[in-house]
Design a protein around this ligand. Structure first.
Ligand code: ADP
Ligand code: MG
Length: 313
């Protein structure tokens, strides 16, 4: 006879939290983690704090078709990607989770394993959270990070003449990358140290939309050489080998979680060292212009269409 899978209702809230605590781990920099009314952490001396929260909702950001470990990975990876976009280091996270009472313990364990695994890659501790009942699974991960004032990179610093760069390859994320991306925290630390980008953002809503945020915040435009856009194999696969469709996917799909950044001309040569440090590509895709439009090299305006995530679904 097989026993019914244990649910969160069978276990109860406080034993559940105790169980999750064992899946989180904790490092020495945490004065007090899960178990008191608040987590207590030592702020790093002389640094600015970065604070970001991000939500994943069942049926919106994920479905039960993805393994819970992947969903947990995604929930943690999204706010970490935002910390990377400011050139920050991430320190600790709190996790609010709401779920139906019938959710299996095995599923929740998987979510926490995925979150912990992603957090641990960057030395991030899960130090607290909140637990509630809801009709569908929702998770909110809030991350505390830090950065020195001089290293923090905003969206607003791009200037005409700056080179525009993108890490990794773009598009086709629906196949797997949206639940398996690696937040570019380490790469952005390297960039802040070696290259000092003038502006930076992580690509969550698609290249075109997200470069639009840099252009607007900086009061500039851009000329993009679309032939240089690094297209992922998954984008080509989704497009069934149709090159135009694959390019469209790379330009407009969301959830790449790559870094998009600009570099003043005099510092661009420092990027020659990139390939010695990292195995993912870093590609120059265009130049910032004074004319406040997004254009291709023929001068045509690149349309700011919304994302077409399910084109290849
Ligand atoms: P309070 O009643 O004071 O709001 P809770 O009972 O919600 O506290 O939480 C008790 C402890 O467990 C706190 O340290 C809190 O941060 C932690 N916690 C609660 N839910 C979670 C969760 N889903 N993940 C991680 N930590 C949690
Ligand atoms: Mg309390």
């Amino acid at each position: 006879m097989t026993r019914r899978l244990k649910t969160v209702q069978d276990v109860g809230e406080f034993p559940l939290i105790e169980r999750l605590k064992t899946l989180c781990g904790s490092s020495a920099s945490v004065v007090c983690g899960i178990g008191d009314d608040c987590a207590v952490v030592q702020p790093p001396r002389g640094r600015l704090l970065l604070f970001k929260t991000d939500m994943v909702v069942e049926h919106v950001h994920f479905t039960r078709r993805s393994a819970p470990e992947q969903v947990g990975h995604k929930a943690m990876g999204r706010p970490l990607s935002d910390i990377a976009a400011m050139a920050g280091e991430a320190r600790c996270a709190v996790v609010a989770i709401a779920m139906p009472a019938r959710t299996s313990i095995r599923y929740v364990d998987g979510l926490y394993r995925g979150m912990h695994e992603c957090a641990a890659m960057f030395g991030v501790d899960i130090v607290g959270g909140d637990t509630s009942r809801a009709s569908q699974i929702m998770m909110t991960v809030s991350v505390l990070g830090n950065v020195t004032r001089a290293r923090c990179v905003y969206r607003s610093g791009a200037k005409p003449g700056d080179g525009i760069y993108v890490t990794g390859v773009l598009g086709g994320t629906i196949l797997r990358k949206h639940v398996s991306f690696v937040p570019r925290i380490k790469e952005s630390q390297w960039l802040a140290h070696h290259v000092r980008p003038s502006a930076m953002i992580d690509i969550s809503d698609g290249f075109v939309q997200d470069i639009g945020h840099i252009l607007e915040a900086s009061g500039v435009g851009a000329e993009i050489d679309v032939a240089t856009i690094p297209i992922s194999q998954d984008a080509s696969r989704c497009a069934g080998g149709n090159a135009n469709k694959a390019l469209h996917s790379a330009l407009y799909d969301g959830e790449d979680f790559e870094l998009l950044f600009t570099v003043p001309r005099e510092r661009e040569k420092r990027l020659a060292q990139w390939s010695c440090a990292w195995s993912i590509p870093c590609t120059r895709v265009g130049t910032i212009t004074e004319d406040k439009k997004l254009r291709d090299t023929k001068g045509h305006v690149i349309p700011q269409k919304g994302y077409v995530h399910f084109l290849c679904g």
